[in-house]
Design a protein around this ligand. Structure first.
Ligand code: GAL
Length: 661
């Protein structure tokens, strides 16, 4: 089980390093992400390298039994590079060019940046490929975090080449972008631009292609580095750290190029739903790696520094959320960062080793305790989390859904994912994320929150899943456009109308202060907000109707038997109790159950190993709770036997029970 954090020894005099290693050993650290922002120290001037200090750190760590996730250091180019080549600095849609002085100040298409990173990484790879401390490569850092896209002339030329590759002819581009609208027809490639600041909305198909292009351009930067690394150190895993549900990068594509998926999760302790949100992120990371264990690359030991008010984690919360990441498939828990910086923009961000006296710091004590506990969790490594439910997330649809000039711009992808995930989490049902065109045959239930854009293949895959006996729940404003963001004609939602047994006659979005009553046949009522629509059934049964107003008695929720399966459609944003009711009845019908029944506020997830299984119990409440256990086992955290009966979990407590041992 990997344990450690970002290590920036170049911020400290060398005499501190010995203490670092001693404290790392005390805290059970076995891996550090080294030198993520060290470019200006490693290459103080063009092609002049200073690796002496890094050699010493690598050797020292190795001697101390600590492995290294060695960073390529390319996330923050040194000032000399952009001073000499200002054209490598990124430009915003309004033409403003960003300066150096923070980090990530590069245009992803810049040949200068790519050339410089390739040369630095070649030096690093040659020098450290055989170093015994090297365990993993950490390419860049949080790609796209500050600069997800660039609109400069270099980017414009790269965008044109990308488009030529995609469409072949300017005629096909005109067709794909629907340029007969507003006289946008292009007569030659040289006229085509990124969607820079325009008098009003730029062409939506152009914007969508620019998002695809920008994700691909950053991926190309990553690929420049990865190909150097795999050439010099074949077999050493390569990763770059993701940022949960990060819109600008199509992580499905990115994850295919990683040996290990890794993620940075910064829950807000002031958010009462933080636990639900990090569970959802964990499920996404596991799914991006197609079930392989992932690594929690960064979390904060305590406070961050970048919110307006940086609320501290409650005692035990960091430990709980660490176990939660492991429950959802992580085989490693890491932090930003090891030692709290003395200077710079992040000096108020917590670290494993705080500014003040170390021994008395509660943050240090909790990280040390966790590190010591995790030493006993090796039996968990490599085990899998099996899910019977899949939630559809497609980045292209997300991008298209949130482009402006829609019936409502309030429909947001992550909000809609959470609509579904909340009841899934509350019911302790484990879910994977999938793209619509993935193989869905292993799932009993597929949830489809607002799949606005869908390809023919994606639509066919969902329809075949239901036809073959699967259960599916889909919400409003799905199946509306094709991959060019052109309306799918023939009645909304054209590709799903026969599967759903209905037609949407008209969309009636709701203003912020408006809501509708939704009535179920047993007399219970729920609330719908954000969206409503006029639905005409063509075979579906009505599960709930709108009450009052112009949609009075019209369907709000429907179910249609299709082939050997069934498809539910939800025509509004239901409040949580109503959404919970709809999903719980689907869980019952599809025979989907939690690993064990637990009191509310307790999360339960099972990881499976051959011939055994490991049960994670996570108490998200700040009070103790008793959990009924049916199967005896051993709590790996403390080695104690767990008997059938009640197991007490303290506030934010966790148990990791190897069942049957
Ligand atoms: C991450 C980043 C780290 C550090 C951290 C602070 O986004 O990768 O370098 O800035 O945030 O929370």
């Amino acid at each position: 089980m990997l344990y450690g954090g970002d290590y920036n020894p170049d911020q400290w005099p060398e005499r501190v390093w010995d203490e670092d290693v001693r404290l790392m050993q005390e805290a059970g650290v076995n891996l550090v992400s080294l030198g993520i922002f060290s470019w200006s120290r490693l290459e103080p001037a063009a092609a002049e390298y200073d690796f002496g200090w890094l050699d010493r750190v690598m050797d020292l760590l190795h001697a101390g039994g600590i492995a290294v996730d060695l960073a390529t250091a390319t996330a923050s180019p040194p000032p000399w590079l952009s001073h000499k080549h200002p054209e490598m600095l990124p430009v915003l849609a309004d033409g403003v060019r960003l300066s150096h002085g923070a980090r990530q100040h590069y245009c992803p298409s810049s040949p200068v940046y790519r050339f410089a990173t390739q040369h630095l990484v070649e030096q690093m790879a040659k020098r450290y490929a055989k170093h015994p401390a090297l365990a993993m490569w950490h390419v860049g850092n949080e790609y796209g975090c500050h600069v997800p896209a660039c609109y400069c002339d270099v980017s414009a030329a790269a965008f044109r080449s990308w488009l030529e590759e995609r469409y072949g002819s300017i005629e096909d581009l005109n067709r794909a972008w629907g340029t007969d609208f507003w006289s946008q027809r292009y007569s030659g490639w040289e006229e085509v631009l990124p969607p820079r600041k325009t008098p009003t909305w730029p062409n939506p198909s152009q914007q969508l292609d620019f998002m695809r292009f920008s994700s691909d351009e950053l991926l190309a930067c990553y690929e420049v580095e990865r190909s150097v690394l795999t050439e010099h150190s074949p077999g050493v895993p390569v990763t770059t750290n993701f940022m949960r549900f990060f819109k600008p990068l199509d992580y499905w594509k990115w994850a295919e190029r990683e040996d290990v998926v890794s993620d940075d999760v910064y829950q807000d302790p002031a958010d009462p739903e933080a636990g639900m949100r990090s569970a959802m992120a964990g499920d996404l990371m596991r799914s991006l790696g197609r079930g392989r264990p992932w690594v929690l690359m960064e979390q904060s030991p305590n406070r961050v520094n970048w919110r307006d008010v940086n609320v501290a984690k409650a005692p035990g919360q960091m430990r709980l959320w660490s176990y939660q990441a492991i429950a959802h498939g992580a085989d490693g828990v890491m932090f930003f960062q090891w030692r709290q910086s003395r200077a710079g923009a992040e000096k108020f961000h917590s670290a494993m080793v705080p500014h003040g006296p170390v021994a008395s710091s509660p943050t240090w004590r909790e990280t040390r305790q966790l590190g010591q506990e995790l030493r006993r969790l090796d039996p968990v490594c490599g085990s899998r989390v099996e899910a019977e439910v899949a939630i559809v997330l497609d980045w292209e649809s997300w991008w298209a859904l949130e482009l402006p000039s829609k019936p409502s711009t309030r429909v947001e992808q992550v909000d809609q994912l959470e609509q579904y995930y909340r009841p899934v989490f509350a019911a302790n049902v484990v879910a994977d994320f999938v793209r619509p065109d993935h193989d869905l045959s292993g799932y009993k239930l597929v949830l489809v929150p607002n799949l606005y854009l869908v390809s023919d293949a994606g639509a066919a895959s969902l329809v075949s899943f239901v036809r073959a006996g699967g259960a599916l729940v889909m919400s409003f404003f799905s199946g509306v456009v094709d991959p060019f963001d052109h309306i799918r004609l023939g009645g909304y939602p054209a590709p799903f109308a026969s599967m759903l047994g209905l037609r949407v006659v008209d969309w009636l979005p709701l203003s912020d202060d408006d809501h509708l009553t939704v009535s179920f046949p047993d007399g219970t009522q729920g609330r719908g907000d954000l969206w409503s629509e006029l639905i005409e059934t063509t075979g579906a049964d009505v599960l709930a109707t709108f009450s009052g107003g112009r949609l009075d008695k019209h369907p709000a929720v429907t179910r249609h038997k299709f082939g050997s399966g069934s498809a539910i459609y939800v025509g509004t944003r239901l409040d949580q109790p109503a959404m919970g009711r709809v999903l719980s009845s689907v869980f019952i019908d599809a025979e989907i159950e939690p690993a064990i029944d637990v009191p509310s506020g307790v999360e339960v997830v099972r990881r499976s190993v051959p011939r055994s299984s490991i049960l994670f119990l996570l108490n998200h409440r700040d009070g103790a709770v008793d959990v009924p256990i049916a199967k005896a086992g051993t709590n790996l955290i403390d080695g104690h036997e767990v008997h059938a009966g009640l197991l007490r979990l303290g506030p934010y407590g966790a148990a990791v029970i190897r069942e049957g041992w």
